[in-house]
Design a protein around this ligand. Sequence first.
Ligand code: SAH
Ligand code: SF4
Length: 365
Amino acid sequence: MTIPTGTEPRTDLIGLSRQELAALMAGIGEKPFRGKQLWHWIYHRGETDFASMTTIAKPMRERLAERFVVGRPAIAAEQTSGDHTRKWLFRFDDMNEAETVFIPEQDRGALCLSSQVGCTLTCTFCHTGTQRLVRNLSAAEIVGQVMVARDSYGEWPSIAGDRLFTNIVLMGMGEPLFNYDNVAKALKIIMDGDGIAISRRRITLSTSGVVPMIERCGAELGVGLAISLHAVTDQLRDRIMPINRKYPLKELLAACRNYPGSSNARRITFEYVMLDGVNDSPADARRLVRIIKGIPAKFNLIPFNRWEGAEFNCSSGKAMRRFAAILNEAGYSAPIRTPRGRDILAACGQLKSASRRQRSGLKGP
Ligand code: SAH
Ligand code: SF4
């Protein structure tokens, strides 16, 4: 990190760790506790204007404003669905774009964050996987999605209680475990009790199965784990989720068995997209029960959301109910998810931005 002198463009403070913020203050001759004060204004109060940070002496506020900004990503589009789901299309400094979705429910609401522009994986049922341009989002760009959502619902300061935005799911664009460092840095900022203060118990990270990163995710971050399973044989999973060729089911399920912190009170969620005639038979459901035996598990059955050009159809209601019943009989919770925000293309697997410039993609570990 370089210490700004005041002549170059102002540095954005969003996305810096507590330590980095303290170091930045030290670099301009301020006491490290100034970093703590700033942190509180930025992440607890949601303040973007240094002039309003009244616990900081006025001359210092002026010096800060000369060198720094408390930024937000540019909003290229914002849409609200008939069911109140809200979607933002963000445009970052290099003109790349990513989407974020907020899904309100009766007494809670989850923000679905993106971790990459596009995705290097090419799961055949997922619209994001067809996007060519891919890059990792920075910690600032990930935290920025949360800041805008809080702004949008007017939920500053971060005091627990009667609020709509309570949970975070990393289920937007991208594979979060291919961008682990930035995701971890962002989540540590988001979980900090003196800031945004969304606890790890209210955060769920979804992965397509990046086996070598799963244990670290549980040990370091302690967030809930969701696995995009979608198939019960390697043969089918290899075909619809290319990552399975690298990390087959046996290894993936072993990583789930060893996930730090999972218990009957904190189960691993297995997401299962319902594809007509592909993975939705009673035999598939019975095999699913067999292969996840011993893992504290629950299921999310996701009706396939069609997008133009997709090669699949959604299973019939009857097939989905039959599938769910077999899981229920085996003692598992297996709700069939009601798709949200379909009218604004905000439902699972529909996200795809216009960042299409061709460029060689990033590779996972
Ligand atoms: N890349 C991560 C995070 C994305 S989560 C992962 O794959 O887990 C989004 C969830 O929606 C995943 O379970 C994904 O498999 C699922 N999904 C993708 N395309 C879908 C579609 N068209 N309909 C329903 N669910 C879909
Ligand atoms: Fe990427 Fe997840 Fe979509 Fe697969 S399902 S292409 S891993 S975003």
